[in-house]
Structure formats: C-alpha cells, structure tokens
Design a protein around this ligand. Structure first.
Ligand SMILES: Cc1cc2nc3c(=O)[nH]c(=O)nc-3n(C[C@H](O)[C@H](O)[C@H](O)COP(=O)(O)O)c2cc1C
Length: 171
C-alpha cells in the first residue's frame, strides 16, 4: 500500500515540514507540498475548476491508499491551505462524483504541529469526521509541540511510534 504525506503549511521548510520529513524518512513514502499547488477555496459556482485541484485529487486517488495530512496549528485550527484543500472534497461529492467514489475505502491519518505543549481534545475531529463522511478509514493522529526549530529527541520517538502504527495499518 502506498502512503503519501500531504503538507499544508505556509512554510515549505518550516516546523511541520520537519516533522513530516522525519515521518517520510521512517515510512519511505512520498511527500507532496500543497503550497506548490494552486488550489483555491471552494466555489459554489465551481468557477475554479481550472486550478490544480482536479489533477491533484486524481493523482492522489490513482497512486496512494493512505493519505497523511500534515498541518501546523494556526489559531486553534488547521492551516488555511489545508482547509482549502479539504473544502474541495465537496467538488468530488457534487460535480466529480466518480472521483468521490474512488476516495471511499482509502485511509487517512493526520499530524499537527503547534507551539503549545498540548492541543485541545477535539483538534483532530475535523479530520476524523471528514474521513468518516467520505468513507475513509481513519488511522490515527499525532500532535507535536515545537518551541524551537529543532525536533526534540522525544518528538522523534513519538514519530517513530506513529510510523510503526501507520505501518501496521499498511500491512
Ligand atoms: C498564524 C499563526 C497562528 C498560530 N496559532 C497557534 C495556535 O493556535 N496554537 C499553537 O499552539 N500554536 C500556534 N502557532 C504556532 C505554530 O503552530 C508553530 O510555530 C508551528 O511550529 C508552525 O509550523 P510551520 O513552521 O509549519 O508553520 C501559530 C502560528 C502562526 C504563524
């Protein structure tokens, strides 16, 4: 089963990337940076169907079974870049239903990076509930606090444990 990490930070080489890269190295999987894509917000008139969303979601559906969303905590929520991408799942439910059907049965996990030591209990709910709505299996999530630019050894251990969990789900 092929895994991809989908990075949704406003900094391509920031803290979330460092965590995602460590996980990528441990899983030997691909990593795709949403910042390099032109994905606009959801539009009720579907006036943005010419942006990168359609090609990108087709690429994900075709090549990967396990999608790991990686976001910084921005104002107690996921990043705007990540939220735009998730909102666009609505395109797959309304106009591109064939792709929507292909999402069913895929797996989703989420990682988040914030400054605070802990994240509030419901932080990952939007990911878990989105997975449920789309018929995806939710594999789990990991929050890491980064108060400097360096990954703590304790964080690396948590990433290793998370990688082990994701691998056990892959097999
Ligand atoms: C716009 C903005 C909002 C933030 N809001 C929060 C927050 O609500 N809770 C938190 O713990 N950290 C918050 N932070 C800190 C970031 O989550 C933290 O610095 C993280 O490591 C940044 O990851 P990045 O380098 O991938 O952007 C915020 C940072 C920014 C830039």
């Amino acid at each position: 089963m092929k895994t991809v990490i989908i990075l949704g930070s406003s900094r391509s080489n920031g803290n979330t990337f460092k965590i995602a890269q460590e996980l990528q190295n441990q899983l030997g999987c691909d990593l795709i940076d949403l910042k390099e894509k032109n994905i606009g917000p959801y539009d009720y008139e579907y006036l943005n169907t010419q942006d990168d969303y359609k090609n990108f979601i087709d690429h994900l559906v075709t090549h990967y079974d396990h999608w790991v969303f990686a976001t910084p905590v921005y104002w107690y929520s996921m990043s705007g870049i990540m939220k735009n991408f998730i909102d666009r799942f609505s395109d797959c439910l309304r106009v591109d239903k064939e792709t929507g059907r292909k999402i069913r049965g895929k797996k989703m996990a989420a990682i988040a990076c914030g400054y605070d030591e802990k994240v509030f209990d419901t932080y990952f709910k939007p990911f878990a509930l989105t997975a449920k709505y789309l018929g995806m299996k939710y594999s789990g999530d990991l929050y890491l606090s980064m108060q400097t630019d360096e990954l703590k050894s304790e964080s690396k251990k948590q990433i290793t444990d998370f990688a082990t969990l994701l691998k056990s789900i892959q097999d």
